[in-house]
Design a protein around this ligand. Structure first.
Ligand SMILES: C[S@@+](CC[C@H](N)C(=O)[O-])C[C@H]1O[C@@H](n2cnc3c(N)ncnc32)[C@H](O)[C@@H]1O
Length: 213
């Protein structure tokens, strides 16, 4: 068993075996190390906009993986050589969208774990020519969304963009818990809401109840 958290192990589980891989905003570099140690890739680019953060990854990799990795201080995917698969995890959805829109290249496969604004990430990957082959919510103390994209086209409903296709189909525990928390917030807000606001909250409540029923 490796030393990764459940969140990082869940992400690792969605990364495919490949030749070249980039972990954008790698910070500690744990996922890159696991990709190399488990033989899931031959060469890794660890990148981060912060040299201080990137040094953690370099220090982690330099003793055992000399010649198998390159560390690059950079903004997103600028100045990163083309790779097959890219991970962008632990950042806000808007930042992930900016990184993808400003990228020097777009890989065949993307694994994304936005901390918020996941619907914006879904819209952006679709606009950039990806389909989402996995789009789910999981729990590791907190709740996280995880999206796996491959090049291709598919059409998505408004609900799928808002909630994620796998969540709507599987209605997994983590997704249900997220929605139940939203419903609890609505119930509290409804108590002091104006008439107009109450109607808006009632509609929202119906929608949330529908997606987990
Ligand atoms: C919260 S950490 C996440 C680390 C790791 N990816 C994870 O999921 O555990 C976010 C990292 O993204 C880096 N970062 C923020 N903006 C970035 C950008 N535009 N390009 C590359 N890295 C960025 C930060 O310096 C930080 O190391």
């Amino acid at each position: 068993m490796n030393k990764l958290t459940l969140r990082l192990n869940t992400i690792l589980g969605e990364l495919a075996k490949c030749n070249t891989f980039a972990d954008v905003g790698c910070d500690h570099g744990y996922v890159a190390e696991a990709m190399l140690s488990e033989g899931k890739c031959d060469f890794v680019y660890v990148t981060d906009v912060s040299g201080v953060c990137l040094k953690k990854a370099e220090d982690l990799l330099k003793n055992n993986y000399d010649g198998k990795f390159k560390a690059i201080v950079t903004d997103g995917l600028k100045n990163v050589p083309k790779v097959e698969q890219v991970l962008i995890a632990g950042m806000g959805g808007e930042l992930i969208c900016d990184i993808l829109k400003n990228a020097d290249f777009l890989p065949e496969r993307l694994v994304l774990q936005p901390m918020k604004n996941t619907e914006k990430v879904r819209k952006t990957v679709i606009s950039l020519g990806y389909k989402m082959v996995k789009d789910t919510t999981f729990k590791d103390v907190k709740y996280y969304d995880l999206i796996v994209c491959e090049k291709g086209e598919e059409s998505y409903s408004e609900y799928e963009i808002e909630f994620g296709r796998d969540n709507l189909r599987d209605k997994g525990d983590a997704f249900k818990e997220v929605i139940l928390k939203k419903l609890a917030v609505i119930d509290v807000a409804t108590k002091t809401a104006s008439e107009e606001e109450r109607k808006r909250l009632e509609n929202l409540k119906k929608k949330y109840e529908e997606v987990i029923s």
